[in-house]
Design a protein around this ligand. Structure first.
Ligand code: GH3
Ligand code: MG
Ligand code: MG
Length: 322
């Protein structure tokens, strides 16, 4: 584990560094508070820090306060090293956000057990973060292809549509369905089918732009969201995906497999009336047109605005004589 130590006294710094290295820690050294703060704000900064209280420029206490203001994740466990031993001083140190303190000159055994307590907290938090990450992955990703799952890609489409409406920009919506996929399962087995789904998703993902998104919408169907794309650029991007998918055979079993897909696209144009559902329905319609016209092709259908409500003139009614 990496520990940051900050102390302006050369002797005390060297002693601490040598002790920690002897115990197997990787040590990052700062000679004053400002350097410590800078090192603690870097990516992959140590999650454990031993800060001397009294340092020129910025005290250990001030470093503590600055670090706690940012509520960084993962948490940094801070041990204050101080020659102060008055109770009030220690309360001030803990109030500033230190997790623990040790008085100078430090007792090696005491330092060892206090570091052990710090490590336990850092390790527990790392476990918690990775469990949270795994849960997030489970809730948002498709477990087979590792692309977004159906509910996430749908929500993402809704978010992109509201953003596009605010910014007056179009959004391309593309529905993709692998062609004759049932025969891949029938001829090569279900596992090969699964591998084809993963590789197809990977190939399509590799051709879209960084801000586009692809999700598995159903069995062998994918929904692709293309922010800022009008009809022509949605068509072009879908064409790129189609070519990338079919350009070379997939050698996933002893037999190479040819895979193609049909693409149906539509575009949410600013100023028109649509919903995420109506766009998906239209992209689906375009997809079935692509299937009917021979598969392995892209079709784009414009979304129609609903007809303006008819104005029905009310017949003049005669006042009824009482
Ligand atoms: P079309 O060109 O008209 O789309 O024909 P198709 O065979 O692709 O379409 P169909 O709807 O008849 O068959 C889809 C197949 O996809 C049937 C189903 O077993 C298979 N499938 C769906 N999900 C999975 C999956 O997760 N893994 C595998 N291996 N197969 C899947
Ligand atoms: Mg299919
Ligand atoms: Mg299908």
């Amino acid at each position: 584990m990496k520990i940051l130590i900050a102390d302006d006294s050369v002797v005390s710094r060297h002693l601490l560094e040598a002790t920690l290295k002897k115990w197997g820690y990787a040590v990052v050294v700062a000679c004053d508070g400002l350097e410590a703060l800078e090192l603690m704000q870097r990516e992959n900064a140590p999650n454990l820090a031993i800060l001397d209280w009294m340092m020129p420029g910025m005290t250990g206490l001030e470093v503590c306060e600055r670090i706690r203001q940012r509520a960084r994740e993962p948490y940094t466990y801070i041990l204050l090293l101080t020659s102060k031993s008055q109770k009030e001083d220690l309360i001030e140190g803990m109030d500033a956000g230190a997790d623990d303190y040790i008085t100078k000159p430090f007792d090696q055994h005491e330092l060892q057990v206090r570091l052990r307590a710090g490590r336990r907290l850092v390790d527990l938090q790392a476990e918690l973060l990775s469990a949270r990450e795994a849960l997030r992955e489970q809730a948002t990703k498709d477990s087979l292809t590792h692309q977004w799952n159906r509910s996430y890609i749908f929500d993402l489409l809704c978010r992109e549509l509201s953003r596009a409406e605010r910014e007056c920009k179009p959004v391309g919506v593309v529905m993709v369905d692998l062609d004759h996929f049932k025969s891949v399962n029938d001829n090569h087995g279900h596992f090969a089918g699964d591998a084809v789904l993963c590789e197809s998703a990977r190939r399509m993902q590799s051709t879209i732009r960084q801000y586009d998104a692809i999700g598995r919408y159903g069995g062998e169907e994918f929904l692709v969201v293309l922010p800022g794309c009008d009809e022509q650029s949605s068509f072009n991007l879908a064409e790129r995906m189609r070519k990338q998918l079919s350009q070379s055979q997939m050698s996933l079993t002893e037999n190479a497999i040819n895979v193609t897909a049909s693409f149906g696209a539509t575009v949410a144009v600013p100023g028109q009336v649509w919903t995420a559902e109506s766009l998906i329905r239209k992209a689906d319609e375009a997809l079935y047109l692509a299937k009917r016209l021979g598969r392995n092709r892209v079709e784009v259908l414009p979304i129609e605005s609903p007809p303006a409500p008819a104005i029905v003139s009310q017949p003049e009614t005669e006042p009824v004589a009482q």
